[in-house]
Design a protein around this ligand. Structure first.
Ligand code: FEO
Length: 401
């Protein structure tokens, strides 16, 4: 049975939610599921904006047929050619033989790379700034390359001032009946998943996101329709401000996130002691994470959020403990920058994790490493507790600066 929501009188959400998928991209845990959004514009011409993942094909087709109410589909706009959104292109081409697929030159190349469908006479190639007249509605196409794939474009409907934003402004999380941001407490219930989605999937491409935001700032946008998560129809300044922070790698919060690897609990103990010292010094909203048991996507998201980090690692194979090494590699890959970092190393006979972590952090842009690096030899003792206290003082001074 169809399950749709109206965006406006003539524009309908025809997507769906997947609560069965454990790992998005076979990589990111999604305990709250994920939504794949698709939008159908019914005017003199009918146009579908993007499709959905193959897991939702049955629901998606029921939604489309219900919304079309006996009409045919004239256009399919492909804003993004990643398979979570383009899995139903061929099925729609079979079912609607008059339908034209609209994309840019890269989009159409990617369709040919992914699929073996007969495209002759079935496509329209658009360029930056091209328009598509549907009747009362007109779509304008703007390219957003590398947000986060090269073919990505967004479509702006000028009559109702709606931006179809591809992956931008999306979030993990099934929609649970709701569709709009004003139907949820976004800051409480969705922001962490929106940040985790952005930071891990788009995070590397901050400068490209900035370029797209600058281009779109010339438009009068009243509603943002992303490909995942809630549609934004109020308080657009809130999510635009978040995107501005994330894409410039500026923290949202002045706070401390402490992340440790620990084999037998001694490095964890050092982190707990430092966290308690920070709290006693008046630092609020401290968060502590075990890198071995916390998915790296959560840690990356927290690093995007917070101004100050503490990384604590045992020395392992004369280097960094694997879970921490994985995090540092991910931080570099995702272009993390502009953070202040305290370091704790542990080692029983030749502690060197601090030096190795420093080398990797110095390869990132504009990272400030606080002194001293606290060294624990096997377990925390008076001298190493004193160095933790000095690191606490350095963190507090930096937070208050
Ligand atoms: Fe939701 Fe980049 O695909």
């Amino acid at each position: 049975m169809y399950c749709t929501r109206k965006i406006t009188d003539n524009i309908t959400w025809v997507g769906g939610s997947d609560r069965r998928l454990a790992l998005f991209e076979n990589l990111f845990p999604i305990s709250r599921g994920v939504a794949y959004n698709s939008y159908l514009i019914a005017d003199e011409k009918t146009a579908l904006v993007d499709t959905v993942d193959s897991s939702l094909s049955r629901q998606f087709l029921e939604n489309i047929y219900h919304t079309l109410d006996g009409r045919s589909l004239d256009y399919l706009i492909v804003n993004h050619m990643e398979p979570d959104h383009c899995a139903n292109i061929e099925e729609l081409m079979f079912r609607f033989p008059e339908m034209k697929v609209i994309g840019n030159a890269k989009t159409l190349n990617f369709i040919r790379q992914f699929y073996d469908m007969e495209l002759e006479g079935r496509t329209i190639t658009v360029k930056e700034g091209d328009k598509l007249e549907l009747g009362r509605h007109t779509l304008n196409f703007f390219f957003a390359p590398m947000v986060h794939w090269p073919e990505v474009m967004v479509s702006y409907e000028e009559t109702e001032k709606i931006l179809f934003a591809a992956d931008a402004f999306g979030s993990f999380g099934a929609l649970d009946g709701i569709l709009f941001n004003d139907e949820v407490n976004f800051d409480r219930d969705w922001l962490d998943d929106a940040r985790r989605y952005y930071s891990n999937i788009v995070g590397k491409y901050g400068s490209q996101v900035q370029a797209a935001l600058k281009k779109l700032s010339a438009l009068d946008i009243q509603t943002i329709c992303p490909l995942h998560g809630p549609v934004w129809r109020t308080d657009l300044a809130y999510i635009l401000d978040k995107y501005n922070h994330w894409s410039t790698y500026e923290p949202e919060d002045k706070s401390v996130v402490l992340i440790y690897g620990s084999m037998y609990g001694d490095t964890e103990n050092a982190v707990n002691v430092l966290a308690a010292q920070l709290a006693e010094a008046g630092v609020k909203n401290i968060r502590v994470y075990d890198a071995s048991s916390t998915h790296v996507s959560v840690l990356i998201s927290e690093i995007f959020r917070s101004s100050h980090l503490v990384l604590a690692s045992p020395t392992y194979n004369a280097g960094i403990y694997p879970a921490m090494l994985n995090l540092l590699h991910d931080m570099a890959a995702l272009n993390i920058q502009n953070r202040t970092v305290g370091l704790i190393e542990n080692g029983t006979w030749a502690p060197s994790a601090g030096k190795s972590m420093r080398t990797l952090l110095e390869g990132m842009k504009n990272m400030t490493i606080l002194e001293p690096v606290a060294t624990v030899k096997s377990a925390l003792k008076k001298d190493s507790r004193d160095s933790l206290s000095q690191l606490k003082d350095a963190l507090v001074a930096s937070l208050n600066s």
